[in-house]
Design a protein around this ligand. Structure first.
Ligand SMILES: [Zn+2]
Length: 389
């Protein structure tokens, strides 16, 4: 392995070249097919040339099937090629731009695609693995570089864009995304279309979706808890202080600009503590213990609304910027809600864990560096000590 294994100059883990042509918005129109375990449809990309004369848009893909690429305005087909897979990083999708696309304005490109049933970023669960056992369940986890397994994208956190989505599912299912919902629309064949807008530019790893037999309970002016009906009352009680945590975070960091704050309690097989999807924290059911003792995870995920989701690491070598500042603010929130002693205890506990981990790995182990070196082809997921996201 050598430094030449970096996939691009700005991000060793992404083929994309946002220094040449960058996405400013993604509009998704997709259907969820639980039978085939695929999300299929059309992604429309608003793009702008960053480099005058740029002749291609380069996207990351991983086991996606690309059916067609075309200009939204004229429907003219665009030439494209999908490269050979490179390690665990997927394949480069290179789209040749039309010469009519302007150097100094936006243009729109449509891609018809579907993902592989084996997409790392999507978890498909049969009904019998859910609490209610009535409907199947789907949730995404695109951090760090799994967005490319779900849709073609510039899968580097240095690119931020708005997104919107129309997602069609069977009527019995509810769809949530990391965005603000609009009223649903009826669709043919006993289906329904959910509509979302995310007006704040985000990196594509923060696009998130969950589909299941879900119900909700509002617990604050901006805060709603979602879960299967079997868990909703317990979940709402456990996370009752979420709105207060949000207000405390605002006192420390400034206004919460994402509009709504939803907490979704995932099914029992969810392998993380929490995931900080904008507008929609994913929370493990193991946080519901009946005494609110594990809800600091919610303070952590709320904090990511500023550190990570608004101010973001440029690439995954600098992941400490997302997590380090989030831990700092999380403990500030704990201090304001539970007292300075609790904050000091949490800080000391974190420091002890860090010292122990460095000793275990060895102080000269490159994985103990604050800023990682991923240019040797190391996958970001192989470089993090733990998945405390
Ligand atoms: Zn985190």
């Amino acid at each position: 392995m050598s430094a030449s294994n970096a996939l691009s100059p700005g991000d060793p883990s992404s083929f994309s070249r946002p220094d040449q042509c960058a996405i400013t918005d993604i509009s998704l129109d997709v259907k969820i097919d639980f039978g085939r375990k695929v999300v299929h449809g059309t992604a429309t990309y608003k793009c702008k040339k960053v480099l005058a004369g740029a002749d291609s848009l380069i996207l990351d893909t991983d086991q996606l099937t690309i059916f067609k690429v075309y200009c939204k305005q004229t429907s003219q087909d665009l030439q494209f090629s999908v490269g050979e897979p490179v390690g665990k990083f997927g394949s480069k999708l290179q789209i040749t731009l039309l010469t009519s696309f302007p150097d100094d304005g936006e243009f729109e490109i449509c891609v018809d695609y579907e993902n592989s049933p084996a997409a790392t970023g999507l978890q498909w669960m049969p009904a019998n693995l859910t609490a209610g056992k009535r409907q199947p369940y789907l949730y995404s986890q695109l951090q760090s570089i799994f967005a490319r397994t779900v849709l073609p994208c510039q899968d580097t956190p240095s690119v931020k864009h708005t997104y919107s989505a129309r997602v069609t599912v069977d009527k019995a299912l509810t769809v949530l995304m990391s965005a603000v919902p609009s009223p649903t629309e009826p669709a043919p064949n006993d289906q329904v279309t959910y509509i979302f807008q995310q007006p704040v530019p985000i990196p594509c790893y923060l696009i998130a979706i969950a589909v299941g037999d879900l119900t909700s309970k509002k617990i604050g002016s901006r805060t709603t808890v979602w879960a299967e009906s079997e868990m909703i009352d317990k979940a709402a009680w456990e996370f009752e202080k979420a709105e207060q945590m949000l207000t405390t975070a605002e006192e420390l960091c400034g206004p919460y600009i994402w509009g709504v704050y939803n907490i979704l309690v995932l099914p029992p097989t969810f392998p993380y503590g929490g995931i900080e999807n904008p507008c929609l924290t994913f929370a493990a059911p193991t946080l519901i213990v009946g005494d609110r003792s594990l809800t600091t995870v919610i303070a952590h995920e709320i904090t990511h609304s500023w550190t990570g989701n608004l101010v973001t690491n440029f690439n995954w070598e600098h992941f400490w910027l997302n997590e380090g500042h989030t831990m700092f603010v999380e403990r500030k929130i704990i201090g304001r809600l539970h007292g300075e002693d609790d904050r000091q205890f949490s800080m000391n506990s974190g420091w002890t864990d860090l010292a122990h981990t460095i000793k275990e790995f060895g102080p000269t182990n490159p994985l103990t560096k604050l800023v990682l070196d991923l240019t040797d082809g190391t996958h970001p997921e192989d470089s993090f000590f733990s998945r405390a996201v």
